[in-house]
Design a binder for this molecule. Structure first.
Ligand code: MRU
Length: 346
């Protein structure tokens, strides 16, 4: 049996927030120490830390760090601007807003308590969100592992692994749990242009655990889905609307359509905190637009003529009809998602 060693994505250490720098992987394994909430916000914006659940944990720790250093006399006002700054980092992953709301709720419940107690409890809550996330991912893995066809190849897109969470991962958590249960699967990882999370992060993580991984470029996914070689697709999510539409890394939609066309099950693995029941459909999910340089350049090297017009949406929305099942820590939801997702949170 394979023993999965935990990659440390983010930690609260000596009143600082330490995170593995995902912009440097796999070339260097470097850690960034954030000493202020502004530094945490910048780390989220620049994708030193990325992946919906990891962004949520970072935001919670950012709020705690902000409160720790805030002026006691203006705590309420500072709390507001800390939360606003963190909320303005990345718009699509709902876990960011979920985590900030949770920290705000706790803060509100501590009104009138001594500042030292407020600070201690806020730090404790942020650490708890991190620990809970790892447990949630293990539960997602337990629910998802039986869905993975035995001994087949699993295709994944982007990185929904330990690095995208506090540990273990959502989509890669399902794969890890399948492997831990004795299923000898291997993984095809889409490289995931433009930020290359698949090539740089997913392959690195899987190699770390000794799970066989093959890197393909994004435009090869259709070829392999048609070939009969892929047993299922498992991806993560940044936000899931009430009807089961899924926002995830740009390119996910194409993979989902090609999976359906070729009769390959398409699974989405995500925590309950990724569900956004306030949005009726994926059409209302805000899609982050990122810098043109991510498309025109690769690692600082230009790959297009100067002044090239660029579009760079970081996410797309996969309509629920392409999703075979949504795997959460509370169980597996299938269509019709309006009902099945609500049943999970009852
Ligand atoms: O832009 P990123 O790297 O933050 O995008 C990450 C993804 O799209 C992941 O698939 C998603 O956040 C799920 S992570 C468990």
């Amino acid at each position: 049996m394979l023993v999965i060693l935990m990659i440390e994505t983010i930690q609260w250490t000596d009143d600082t927030v330490v995170m593995i720098d995902q912009t440097r992987l796999p070339i260097e394994e470097k850690y960034l120490t954030c000493r202020s909430y502004q530094e945490v916000a910048e780390a989220i914006r620049s994708m030193v830390i990325r992946g919906a659940p990891a962004i949520g944990v970072a935001a919670a720790m950012g709020v705690a760090l902000g409160v720790l250093h805030a002026d006691e006399a203006n705590l309420d006002r500072e709390m507001e601007s800390i939360c606003d700054t963190l909320a303005r980092t990345r718009p699509t992953a709902v876990n960011l807003f979920w985590a900030i709301e949770r920290m705000k709720r706790l803060y509100g419940s501590l009104r009138g308590r001594p500042v030292a107690e407020i600070r201690r409890r806020m730090i404790g809550e942020a650490k708890l969100i991190r620990e809970e996330d790892i447990e949630i991912n293990r539960a997602i893995g337990r629910h998802g592992a039986p869905l993975v066809p035995a001994g087949r190849t699993v295709l994944t897109h982007c990185n929904a692994g330990a690095l995208a969470t506090a540990g273990y991962g959502t989509a890669l958590g399902v794969i890890r749990a399948a492997v831990e249960s004795g299923n000898r699967v291997d993984v095809f990882a889409d490289e995931t242009r433009p930020f290359l999370q698949g090539a740089r992060l997913t392959v690195w993580e899987l190699q770390h655990d000794g799970i066989p991984a093959t890197l393909i470029t994004d435009n090869m996914a259709g070829h392999f889905l048609h070939s009969g070689r892929i047993g299922c697709v498992v991806v993560g999510a940044d936000r899931i609307a009430a009807n089961g539409d899924v926002a995830n890394k740009i390119g996910t939609y194409s993979v989902a359509v090609l999976a359906k066309e070729n009769g390959v099950p398409f699974f989405v693995a995500a925590p309950i905190s990724t569900l956004d029941f306030s949005l009726a459909s994926g059409a209302q999910i805000p899609i982050e637009q990122r810098a043109a340089a991510e498309v025109t350049h690769v690692f600082g090297h230009p790959v297009a003529p100067p002044e090239t017009a660029v579009e760079n949406p970081a996410f797309d929305v996969t309509p629920a009809r392409y999703v075979t099942a949504i795997i959460t820590e509370k169980g597996v939801a299938r269509a019709p998602y309006e009902q099945s997702l609500r049943d999970l949170v009852k």
